[in-house]
Design a protein. Structure first.
Length: 105
């Protein structure tokens, strides 16, 4: 779980994940957007993709000289379970906030 949170803590990796949410992406396409958005090259993008893969958030499919990345839902299941554990706490906190705002208003 720690690897997942560390992987998601970086804005470049969150951007890569957002791009892959639309479907499988070629590394070259991911790198092109990252270059425009963050000013980084394909080598840095490859390192970020390695972190995402090590955290279990992505899968890679080689095809010839190209590598295609896609999200791996299994990697996100641990994060979802962790968030679900705390959902009652956050729901109660939001309810109390709503009550406090109603009393003030």
């Amino acid at each position: 779980m720690t690897h997942v949170l560390q992987a998601l803590g970086d804005p470049v990796r969150r951007s890569l994940i957002a791009q892959m949410a639309g479907g499988e992406q070629r590394v070259s396409a991911l790198a092109e957007r990252a270059r425009g958005e963050f000013g980084i090259g394909i080598s840095a993008v490859s390192q970020h993709l390695s972190v995402l893969r090590a955290a279990g958030l992505t899968r890679v499919r080689p095809q010839g000289r190209e590598r295609f990345y896609r999200l791996d839902p299994v990697g996100f299941s641990a994060l979802q379970a962790w968030l679900d554990h705390y959902r009652p706490f956050w729901s109660a906190a939001m309810d109390r906030l709503g009550e406090d705002l109603e009393e003030e208003g």
